[in-house]
Ligand binder design. Sequence first.
Ligand SMILES: [Mn+2]
Length: 224
Amino acid sequence: MSFDGRGATPDLFADPHFSPVGSERLGEQAWLLRGWAREFAAELYASVQALLAQAPLRQMLTPGGQRMAVATSSCGALGWTSSAAGYRYLPRDPDSGRPWPAMPALLAELAARAAQEAGFAGFAPDTCLINRYLPGVRLSLHQDRDEQDLTQPIVSLSLGLPAVFLLGGATRAERQRPVLLEHGDALVWGGVDRLRFHGVRPLKAGWHPLLGEQRINLTFRKAR
Ligand SMILES: [Mn+2]
């Protein structure tokens, strides 16, 4: 299938190749959908590169003044930002002053379909955070609580080098389960699992045929 990202919403399920390899339940309302976006990965990555040409990756400052190891950008009506002022969703890229690039239909559609598959019908993300991990980069344990409506799930799509996602519990102290996220995998969590602590282990060095020495993670949320 080819999808140019400019026209109508793609009809994913009309594509005979669209068949997730398998799904695994990680929690009451948390699912790993293996291979969910694999057939679309090249188109997704081309979309991401076009987005990053408009709103380049940057390493934001944490509220505590540290430079984040993960490089980020966003698309959609809102973009996630971190600065001395705290974590905020903003309608404009603070680096350029321009609105964040629109969310391509392919991205929104893949996220909505993944959410639906995991039991969250009607998910309409207004933001997609683009995270880039280079070898050695990790994401420390945290909760996602910058969004207004915590009944809405989180959908993550992985591209490039594999990473070990750590799915914790309701408290920081609870043991974390390691979950391998590979190129094309989708992870969806929401409902009773929405505020589970999570993080990412330091990325192992490697070379991915499409993305090279990096992992890109797309995280879709309804921020407002
Ligand atoms: Mn998070």
